[in-house]
Design a protein around this ligand. Structure first.
Ligand code: NAG
Length: 196
């Protein structure tokens, strides 16, 4: 019996500490008399959802939101799931402030999740991870799609260095040809018919 009482007190202590640590007071903040023995809640305490509107016991009217849930309405019967990315953590009375830590970026318009920021030479995949640019493509910018290497150099230029994941094929100007270096000879064998 003593053990049970001890465990029960321990449980009550821990749960009250939890509520204190989350800063949420449970219950109805404002109520009015209804009939001879009932009262009705007009406004739950911040971070509480409405469970029962009227009854004899005002402590039963409102309950704090479950962990990772919040409400901004004083009379809402339910709490909303907190948005899942954090610059400022969700509390029982305000939603998460969104944005992503350095090195991460928002994964969608509403920033409901963060993804790794892809580096130069990488691109984001539909599976929300970064991968190295595949052979034949490059990316010289962060967090964007890889682009194919140029297929040829502009006229008057020649390939200087092949591309890699982070840079395109590089071209350089060909020095103006001078006559002495561009002599090419064409050897043609002409078959002889008959005897010599
Ligand atoms: C890719 O090529 C560029 C230019 O040719 C070079 O500067 C760079 O070091 C190369 N990067 C890697 C990872 O090989």
């Amino acid at each position: 019996m003593q053990l049970i009482i001890f465990l029960l007190s321990l449980f009550l202590l821990i749960s009250s500490l939890l509520y204190i640590s989350e800063g949420v007071a449970a219950g109805c903040e404002d109520w009015t008399l209804h009939g001879s023995k009932d009262v009705c809640c007009r406004k739950c305490k911040p971070g509480n959802r409405l469970v029962t509107l009227c009854g004899p016991d005002p402590s039963q009217f409102c309950m704090p939101c479950e962990p990772r849930h919040y409400t901004t309405e004083p009379m809402s019967p339910y709490c909303t799931i907190c948005t899942q990315c954090t610059v400022q953590a969700c509390t029982a009375s305000s939603d998460t402030k969104c944005g992503c830590r350095p090195g991460l970026r928002c994964g969608d318009k509403q920033c409901t999740f963060c993804v790794d920021e892809c580096k130069i030479g990488e691109e984001p995949t539909p599976q929300r991870v970064c991968r190295k640019c595949p052979e034949g493509k490059f990316n010289d910018q962060i967090h964007s799609a890889c682009k194919p290497w140029r297929k040829s150099c502009p006229e008057g230029q020649t390939l200087e260095a092949s591309g890699n994941a982070s840079s395109d094929n590089r071209c350089k100007s060909v020095p103006q040809p001078s006559a002495s270096t561009t002599v090419s000879t064409l050897h043609v064998r002409i078959p002889h018919k008959g005897k010599s």
